[in-house]
Design a protein around this ligand. Structure first.
Ligand SMILES: [Zn+2]
Length: 329
């Protein structure tokens, strides 16, 4: 289990970003100190001392610390465009750091970078995943270059080595970017059991509406997906809406109109007309809802805004509650 600490010890000294985040920059600290030691060092510095350099994240084999809010700049690449538009991640490591410690610290960085790239709506490629030395003259990320490119030199880093380094970082970040359940220690969140429970859950009939939840999970990162089917027998409705509901208050968190998806299997079982499309599928953004416990409600309605004007029926799946993850940014 990686420990996540959000502690903005750099106090926004480099000011707020102008414009959008363009990508991530991977660094090595070139020290063998822990992330908490780095955090404490920065916390005790004056704004003037911080000009010597700091990144948004300091990460070791056990801990991910966000030392500056990602909407602020950080002085991490000695280049104004890089400092303004890119997020900086410091991997614990120098020549003395054990290989197993260094490689795990790197994986923790890749996991966090995947979350942040998702959050800022960026894809994973050579424009969005960069090395420090692409912005200014430095050997950084030196230990990564040693481990993954066999490059250990004080000479300028050749273009093809930089490309190889970027492609390694991209391949690793993509692992996490494409699979929200994958944890930085290589385990998965144990969502398989959850997914099987939802897939095997019974259809529910309430007030003449029958609905079945097939999928309820986080996919992609930053969204809860609800999919299944719903119908009200011979009574037809124009719209199907998926609601994400707060399990503690019963209030709506967010709603989304679903596409009507063909489910001939459901039509056959319930004797519905062939042109009936009872399937629903939608993903609701949860990035602003961290910590809430949420369930899915399905509404069949004649109201295009998802309210109940013209008639509506609801089925709640409040027996299946997921907690919206807290993640640092
Ligand atoms: Zn660096």
């Amino acid at each position: 289990m990686v420990k996540i600490i959000n502690n903005s010890v750099c106090r926004g000294v480099a000011d707020k970003r102008v414009g959008s985040v363009k990508g991530v920059v991977i660094h090595n600290t070139w020290t063998n100190t822990t992330a908490e030691q780095e955090m404490n060092r920065l916390e005790n510095m004056t704004p003037k001392q911080l000009e010597a350099g700091f990144a948004h994240y300091y990460v070791d084999e056990k801990t991910i610390i966000r030392t500056e809010d990602t909407y602020n700049r950080a002085w991490h690449v000695a280049n104004s465009e890089g400092n303004n538009s890119y997020l900086g991640y410091e991997v614990r490591g120098n020549r003395e750091t054990s290989k197993v410690v260094f490689l795990q610290a790197e994986q923790n960085v890749f996991w966090q970078a995947a979350i942040d790239l998702h959050y800022y709506g960026l894809s994973v490629n050579r424009d969005t995943v960069k090395c420090h030395h692409q912005f200014s003259a430095t050997e950084c990320p030196k230990r990564s270059l040693m481990e993954h490119c066999g490059f250990d030199s004080t000479f300028a880093i050749p273009t093809e080595v930089t490309a190889k380094m970027q492609d390694y970082f991209i391949s690793q970040i993509k692992k996490y970017y494409d699979d929200p359940t994958l944890q930085p220690d290589g385990s998965s969140e144990g969502d398989n059991e959850h997914d099987e429970i939802i897939a095997g859950s019974p259809a529910k009939t309430i007030n003449g509406m029958t609905a079945k939840l097939d999928i309820y999970n986080e996919n992609p990162i930053g969204s809860f997906r609800g999919a299944g089917w719903a119908h009200a027998g011979k009574q037809t409705f124009n719209y199907c809406f998926i609601f994400l509901m707060d399990a503690e208050t019963g209030n709506e968190i967010e709603r989304q109109q679903s596409k009507n998806i063909a489910r001939p299997d459901v039509n056959a079982i319930y004797g519905l007309a062939n042109d009936n499309k009872p399937g629903f599928d939608g993903s609701i953004n949860i990035t602003k809802q961290a910590g809430k416990k949420a369930y899915i409600k399905i509404r069949l309605t004649n109201d295009s805004s998802g309210n109940t004007v013209g008639g509506a029926k609801d089925v709640d799946f409040n027996e299946y509650v997921l907690t919206i993850p807290k993640r640092s940014h």
